[in-house]
Design a protein around this ligand. Structure first.
Ligand code: 1CP
Length: 381
């Protein structure tokens, strides 16, 4: 790969942003902060914009998806935007009959639980994602242009956009169950009752979701996060045998995408780096080393273990993202402040720390609390 073939984000100037520097393992003077699910129902401007538009329709509307992505960046001054979409968007793009029910989540017309259903699904060529994803790529391009105009949270570098995708297991948990479930028993059983159908499902899902991630990075996203939200229901052994290969496969789709750190006036030559990746799951304290082993730059940690405990389990030297308990967003200001300070302190065990919640922003959150957290993190030493 030559510098001439590099990823266009070089031109966006996000290489020196707090987020991208932290993902390189540097420790910026100010800890970067963003929130999973920072866009969405906690914001009145989001609720107003969404009136009359179904969730998935908004994801395929480039003007709406880019505007929704910008809302929390403008309001809270976060160090990153996360592209407004959903993990089931690539499935919808390739023609799978899925909808998002308000207050519930993704629901399929029929579950993909039997080998025959899975054979029908996997007969869809994943490569059509590249073309059918065009409204998403256009949404990303518009967002990146808006972020460039907006400027950086530090007043210097541009604010980076994070692209994301669901990991194959979390998507399979919805596909096999036909909708949200508590323990994902259907998916966990299928890997043992019909390992061949399971593998076919995981391989296909990895291709579709990997292409969804790649398309976002090619359109200008500066980093990529893989959400394996429900992997915490798996044993380490099942994760390693039946899930990890597909997650690794999904990420192969962004492995060759790079950005450039320009030459420095002190004589340091330009360097080319792979687009940084983050891997997050809920209740995955037992899986952290395996989740790191698929080859990612940072691990997202939920709120169940402290960041220094996560660092210990990872063997040290891993960039961490997290992990304020979303329940703290409803706590009195003094309690919240102490909790933010605790997370920042614990994050010092890592080479670099990106402040975030331990899971998504709950819909009923007072947005002023999120703005306050950004201020607290940016003011901390
Ligand atoms: O601002 C942002 O963070 C971007 C928006 C975003 C992201 C990152 C949405 C919009 N969805 C997602 C990812 C996503 N979707 C995940 C992984 C992250 C996580 O664990 O929270 C998962 C598991 C989903 C599936 C999903 N979509 C759920 C969860 C259901 C369950 O099983 O508990 C729900 C409720 C949705 C719908 C959805 N996605 C996004 C929004 C704003 C909404 C609510 C829409 C509405 O009700 O109008």
């Amino acid at each position: 790969m030559t510098l001439a073939q590099t990823h266009p984000l070089h031109a966006h100037g996000t290489h020196s942003s707090r987020l991208i520097r932290a993902l390189r393992g540097e420790r910026p003077e100010t800890t970067p902060v963003w929130f999973m699910r920072q866009a969405g129902r906690s914001l009145p401007e989001y609720r107003a914009l969404r009136v009359g538009t179904k969730m998935l329709d908004s994801c395929f509307d480039p003007a709406m998806a880019s505007e929704i992505t910008m809302q929390p960046v403008r309001r809270h001054k976060t160090d990153a935007g996360i592209f407004f979409s959903d993990i089931v968007v690539p499935l919808k793009a390739v023609g799978v009959d899925v909808r998002i029910e308000p207050g519930r989540g993704p629901v399929f017309n029929a579950p993909f639980a039997a080998a025959a259903d899975i054979a029908k699904l996997t007969a869809i060529d994943p490569a059509i994602m590249d073309e059918l994803g065009e409204p998403i790529w256009e949404g990303v391009r518009r967002t990146v242009a808006m972020l460039l105009e907006h400027g950086g949270s530090d007043g210097v570098a541009a604010t980076p956009l994070i692209g994301f995708a669901g990991a194959p297991f979390t998507l399979a948990a919805y596909l096999v169950e036909g909708g949200p479930s508590k323990d994902h028993l259907g998916a966990r059983a299928l890997m043992h009752t019909d390992p061949a159908a399971w593998e076919a499902l995981m391989t296909w899902t990895a291709e579709v979701t990997g292409r969804f991630l790649r398309g976002q990075v090619l359109a200008g996203a500066s980093a990529a996060q893989l959400f394996d939200s429900w992997a915490g229901s798996l044993s380490a052994r099942d994760y390693e045998t039946h899930v990890m290969p597909a997650s690794r496969q999904a990420l192969t789709h962004v492995r060759d995408l790079t950005y450039v750190i320009p030459a420095d006036s002190d004589g340091t030559p330009a360097t080319e780096r792979a687009v940084p990746t983050i891997h997050f799951g809920v209740g995955t304290g037992e899986l952290l080393p395996l989740m790191h082993d698929i080859g990612v730059d940072a691990i997202g940690v939920d709120y169940r273990i402290t960041l220094d405990e996560a660092e210990r389990r990872l063997g040290g030297g891993v960039v961490l993202q997290g992990n304020l308990d979303p329940a703290m967003l409803a706590a009195p200001p003094a309690v919240l402040e102490a909790a933010v300070a605790d997370v920042l302190q614990s994050g010092k065990s890592a080479p670099a720390h990106i402040f975030n919640l331990g899971h998504g922003v709950p819909p009923g959150t007072d947005p002023a609390v999120l703005t306050r957290i950004v201020e607290l993190v940016h003011a901390a030493q």
